[in-house]
Design a protein around this ligand. Structure first.
Ligand code: FE
Length: 191
């Protein structure tokens, strides 16, 4: 199967289903993902990290729980669903920041006193079903993971990427970046 075709299909999936509301936020899932990728690109992140930023919430589109599932005490595990799905085409440089972006929120709450003030009410609420603020031991284990730094970076953009009516590039802008981040693509291996 052509990976080229898969990359376009990924963008089509985001485009078709991303306009749903993003529970408790003022932007849609698609707007949120585009803003997150925009902040990553503005920070001169690698193609893999930009791809992770764009695709980090794809699990929200893939699971079939109601949008307010965290309010009902259910964790949709969207980070695990998304990382597993993306692993068909991307390696750990993309899938691990995606898989760890929820843990990164719990980590940042434990280690950066100013971070929690940046969280939306929905993000604070969902953290209760996601395991709550990390203990000191959990934070040390997390910090030692190979992609922890990228996950933390992604998480900070994630918090910013909720700005109503922010003008950012559309999905097609990211096609070459996603191609460069595919498994086996050479462009990203130096970073
Ligand atoms: Fe997000």
């Amino acid at each position: 199967m052509s990976t080229e075709k898969n990359v376009q299909e990924l963008l089509d999936l985001l485009s078709a289903k991303g306009n749903d509301t993003y529970f408790g936020e003022d932007v849609s899932v698609l707007e949120h993902c585009l803003q997150c990728a925009y902040f990553a690109e503005q920070s001169q992140a690698s193609p893999s990290t930009i791809a992770a930023a764009l695709l980090h919430d794809i699990g929200h589109i893939l699971h079939d729980l109601p949008e307010d599932h965290t309010r009902q005490g259910k964790d949709g595990w969207h980070e695990e669903i998304g990382a597993k799905y993306l692993s068909q085409w991307f390696d750990e440089a993309v899938t691990e920041p995606v898989r760890l972006h929820v843990a990164a929120k719990r980590y940042l709450c434990a280690t950066d006193p100013s971070y929690i003030t940046k969280l939306s009410d929905a993000s604070i609420e969902s953290m209760q079903v996601q395991g709550g603020i990390m203990s000191r031991d959990e934070a040390s284990v997390f910090a030692a993971l190979p992609n922890a730094t990228h996950a933390v970076q992604l998480r900070r953009w994630d918090e910013e990427a909720k700005i109503v009516d922010l003008k950012v590039p559309g999905l097609q802008h990211y096609l070459p970046i996603l191609r460069a981040a595919l498994k086996g693509a050479a462009a990203d291996r130096v970073q």
